[in-house]
Design a protein around this ligand. Structure first.
Ligand SMILES: [Zn+2]
Length: 90
């Protein structure tokens, strides 16, 4: 498989994992990342959770929230790869 195709397959796997593993539904009055309420300086914004639902996250928290979600997906996919790798099949 070409590197570009591998990259696309990896991205698809991440998107599928994010859709299959939406974050727990949090209190809509607090940020899904830092659990703090909305303030005058930090508005809560709706961000798609990957499964057509959304979570309320501070605009400034979004990149950390998204990175945390992606990291969880990367870890889960790596663990799944290890489980079905050639070593465990032997
Ligand atoms: Zn926040």
């Amino acid at each position: 498989m070409a590197e570009a195709e591998r990259q696309v397959a990896h991205e698809r796997a991440i998107v599928r994992w994010l859709a299959a593993n939406p974050p727990p539904v949090a209190d809509p009055n607090t940020c899904a990342h830092c659990r703090q309420p909305e303030t005058r300086d930090a508005a809560l914004l709706p961000f798609l959770a990957g499964d057509d639902t959304h979570r309320w996250v501070h605009g400034r928290c979004w990149s950390d929230w998204h990175r945390t979600r992606r990291l969880a997906a990367e870890r889960a996919l790596a663990a799944a790869r290890d489980d079905t790798g050639p070593r465990s099949a032997a």
